[in-house]
Design a protein around this ligand. Structure first.
Ligand SMILES: NC(=O)c1ccc[n+]([C@@H]2O[C@H](COP(=O)([O-])OP(=O)(O)OC[C@H]3O[C@@H](n4cnc5c(N)ncnc54)[C@H](O)[C@@H]3O)[C@@H](O)[C@H]2O)c1
Ligand SMILES: CC(C)[C@H](C(=O)O)[C@@H](O)C(=O)O
Ligand SMILES: [Mg+2]
Length: 362
């Protein structure tokens, strides 16, 4: 357990689009935590993504990676946007994102879909369908089709593009173990999602998860094909607790799960490796359509700070304080546009951040 007065180093990467807006609110939460709980944070800002391409000619400058490696945790906003969409592969912000995950060994991406009762009205699902829903997507983050060989080639039928999906046993084992461990701390139910009726990587995935399950006899394991899972998430979301799945399926299913909470602006995430180090970021992207307007929802990023406190620092009281503050502010009826039923009463990013900071207590 961490000492209260130990200084924790946090690399802060605002990124592009709404990234800087939402990260600024999360930094206010860090400051308030210092005042309330006596924890000490040393933050260092680093360039990453599109802004790093513009200023340094690469999405992931060496010094940014060095700052992250010298830190206890990373707080990230979001990267990307239309300005860089036509860049070459090496000069896309997304390449930097995949690069930082790989370089930091962050193979496990935890994405909790937390349903706040008062936001059920903002969800596209009926409240009775959402009843009892509380799930976590555990997404494998450094393998699969994202990282397999990719190239283009000329054929007699014109250009052909190839993306390869590769998984080895140890990559599947380590994410499976993480997911079983998480399931043990919750309702001891794990759903492994794959496409084992078609994909060889999914067959290896399923075989491996079944083999690892022998070490976790208390966890009830089931297997759901990804297409069915996408449907069941909307039909009976409360039947899921922990979902473990490969990289791309996890990317897609977690955005879908976001809509159970009311908005992608509510979904936090933790990316972890073997140790306590973690990268914490909202699940959403840089939202170019609303960037610069001050209307983005900072809650996903603020809840990512709570995850950082719990999973990397062991600051459970401070994490609970953030989660309580978010709940109280929402219960009091405050909404950013994405979660507001009456859009005319929506408040902005800064106002939401300020309300949450003001609601934090010991
Ligand atoms: N981790 C990341 O940095 C990350 C994640 C996803 C997408 N991206 C990148 O972001 C860019 C935009 O991608 P996209 O439009 O497909 O996805 P997005 O998540 O940025 O936006 C999707 C929709 O959700 C809304 N939205 C997202 N976050 C919100 C918030 N906090 N508050 C209110 N509304 C919010 C947006 O306005 C948009 O309508 C792309 O370049 C993409 O590659 C980055
Ligand atoms: C931007 C993109 C590379 C990224 C991913 O697919 O992992 C994003 O969608 C996410 O969910 O963090
Ligand atoms: Mg995504």
């Amino acid at each position: 357990m961490s000492e209260v007065n130990e200084v924790k180093k946090i690399a802060v990467i605002a990124g592009d689009g709404i990234g800087p807006e939402v990260v600024a609110e999360a930094e206010k939460v860090l400051k308030r935590t210092e005042e309330l709980f006596g924890h000490k944070f040393e933050t260092e800002h680093a360039l990453f993504g599109g802004i790093a391409i513009d200023e340094r000619g690469t999405p992931l400058p060496d010094d940014t990676l060095a700052i992250c490696k010298a830190s206890d945790a990373v707080l990230l906003g979001a990267v990307g946007g239309p300005k860089w969409d036509n860049n070459s592969k090496e000069l896309r912000p997304e390449t930097g994102l995949l690069g930082i995950r790989k370089a930091l060994g962050l193979f496990s991406n935890i994405r909790p879909a937390v349903i706040f009762d008062c936001l059920k009205e903002a969800s596209t699902l009926k409240p009775e369908v959402l009843e009892g829903t509380d799930l976590i997507v555990v997404r494998e983050l450094t393998g699969g089709i994202y990282f397999g060989e990719k190239f283009r080639r000329e054929t007699e039928n014109g250009q052909e593009a190839v993306d390869t999906c590769v998984y080895n046993v140890s990559e599947i084992e380590r994410i499976a173990r993480q997911a079983f461990e998480i399931a043990l701390t919750r309702s001891k139910k794990l759903t492994s999602v794959d496409k084992a009726n078609v994909l060889e990587t999914s067959r290896l995935w399923r075989e491996t998860v079944i083999r690892i399950s022998a070490d976790y006899p208390d966890v009830e394991l089931d297997h759901v094909l990804v297409d069915n899972c996408a449907m069941q998430l909307l039909r009976r979301p409360s039947s899921f607790d922990v979902i473990v799945t490969e990289n791309m399926f996890g990317d897609i299913l977690s955005d879908e799960a976001a809509m159970l909470t009311g908005s992608i602006g509510m979904l936090s995430s933790a990316s972890l490796g073997e140790g306590s180090f973690g990268l914490y970021e909202p699940v959403h992207g840089s939202a170019p359509d609303i960037a610069g307007q001050g209307i983005s929802n900072p809650i996903a990023t603020i809840l990512s700070v709570a995850l950082m406190f719990r999973l990397t620092f062991g600051y459970h009281e401070a994490a609970a304080s953030i989660e309580r503050a978010v709940k109280n502010v929402l219960d009091a009826g405050h909404r950013t546009g994405d979660i507001a039923v009456d859009k005319s009463s929506a408040i902005g990013t800064t106002a939401m951040g300020d309300l949450i900071v003001a609601a934090m207590s010991k």
